[in-house]
Ligand binder design. Structure first.
Ligand SMILES: Nc1ncnc2c1ncn2[C@@H]1O[C@H](COP(=O)(O)OP(=O)(O)O)[C@@H](O)[C@H]1O
Ligand SMILES: [Mg+2]
Length: 383
């Protein structure tokens, strides 16, 4: 059963993109109450009328609803008083000065962590096809291969290393493939010796480097291919990148679904909301139009129902997925790519609906800054 503390922790994952901090640290959460499965959350917005409001409310609702024992989320928004706003602006300024943004991932970037309980269910195939489909829709997309030792992203996107660092900033520059920014251990390791060196590194340290020392730039979406299971990397990600949300990949098989439930449990414990489920390797349709359920049926639907999240996609078993992966050209990029390509496109559309990109023109922060500056100017004139 979620406590007030759990709710505050979950809310640390809600960013005010323009102010560049989370709503708890910015002092925008005015109250949290929880009773009989109903969470009531007071949020003080810098100004009452603003398009950002919908996003902050949506993120808040999703994060809190994902907590155990919460059936309903009530959000009560108020507008800040002049004094509160001044305090917030002070905080935001200090924030910018202390470079409180802990990673190189912009606060406006939506982070989709693709997870599964076990390997071989198609996590990497989903990651690259989702990323490419998002890029084709005009979004700025990055792929972080967090499957440190089981990496397959470079092969699947047909990209080679080694990555280089910027002389001045010393930040690692991502590789580019199909218009996507890509980082993977597979693009760093050049020889067996360097591989050995890296092996000494803790997995979560490697992830930390990828988040802190890569010049990701302004991305709309960052897709993270997680290693299978519920280990260090998943926990580290939840801690370092609170805006991350998890997309769980499963097969139609009941056994796979059980493992996937464990992943979702881990996500819950680490306050990472599950955005939805993807069922991969669903029924195979042969040239004669006959359909075979090789790996069972209903696993995705059941898991989604279990977790109370939407089933965002059902990707059929399709040899073109394997081919695309081996050739470094994800199948979703082919206009005549067949049933899997179509299913991947639908998946990315539904994901964008569930997790829309941050509004390009936000106004909460901008107007609040303006008001704060006017206050200061007035004071300067009067004083
Ligand atoms: N929908 C699919 N149809 C056919 N083959 C698939 C499909 N999804 C994945 N595969 C194949 O299954 C294998 C495992 O997929 P992969 O994405 O590497 O899984 P994971 O990252 O979970 O280990 C790969 O050879 C891949 O090409
Ligand atoms: Mg993989």
């Amino acid at each position: 059963m979620a406590t007030r503390e759990d709710i505050y922790r979950a809310l640390e994952g809600v960013n005010d993109p323009e102010l560049g901090g989370n709503i708890v640290d910015l002092g925008m959460v005015s109250s949290v109450e929880v009773e009989d499965g109903v969470a009531t959350i007071g949020i003080a917005l810098t100004i009452a009328e603003c398009p950002m409001r919908t996003q902050i409310e949506g993120d808040t609702r999703r994060r809190v609803a994902a907590l155990e024992g919460i059936d309903e989320v009530v959000i009560e928004t108020t507008a800040m008083t002049k004094a509160q706003r001044a305090e917030l602006m002070g905080k935001a300024r200090r924030w910018a000065r202390d470079k409180a943004q802990p990673t190189q991932v912009a606060p406006t970037t939506r982070v989709v962590a693709v997870a599964s309980g076990k390997g071989g269910v198609g996590k990497s195939s989903v990651s690259v096809n989702l990323a490419l489909s998002l890029a084709r829709s005009g979004f700025r997309v990055g792929v972080l291969d967090a499957d440190i030792w089981g990496f397959s992203i470079p092969r699947m996107l047909g990209v080679r290393g080694p990555l280089t660092a910027d002389d001045e900033t010393r930040l690692i520059q991502p590789a580019h493939a199909h218009g996507i920014s890509v980082v993977s251990t597979g693009l760093i390791i050049e020889s067996e010796e360097t591989a050995l060196m890296w092996r000494g590194l803790m997995l979560s340290k490697a992830l930390e480097q990828f988040l802190n020392q890569v010049q990701w730039g302004e991305l709309d979406y960052l897709v993270i291919d997680l290693p299978p299971g519920t280990g260090d990397v998943q926990m580290a990600l939840a801690r370092m990148l609170p805006q991350a949300e998890m997309l769980v990949v499963t097969t139609p098989q009941k056994a796979a679904q059980k493992v996937a439930v464990r992943v979702a449990d881990m996500a819950r414990r680490s306050h990472m909301p599950v955005i939805g489920v993807v069922e991969n390797m669903s029924s195979f349709t042969c040239e004669h139009g006959e359909t075979y359920d090789l790996f069972g049926v209903g696993g995705g639907d059941e898991l989604a129902a279990d977790l109370s999240v939407p089933l965002l996609g059902r990707i059929p078993l399709d040899p073109s997925v394997v081919e695309g992966g081996d050739q470094g050209r994800p199948v979703v990029g082919n206009s005549d790519g067949g049933p899997a390509a179509l299913a991947f496109r639908q998946l990315s559309e539904r994901l964008v609906e569930a997790m829309p990109p941050a509004a390009a023109e936000t106004c909460t922060g901008r107007i609040a800054k303006l008001v704060a500056r006017m206050d200061e100017d007035l004071q300067a004139v009067n004083g």
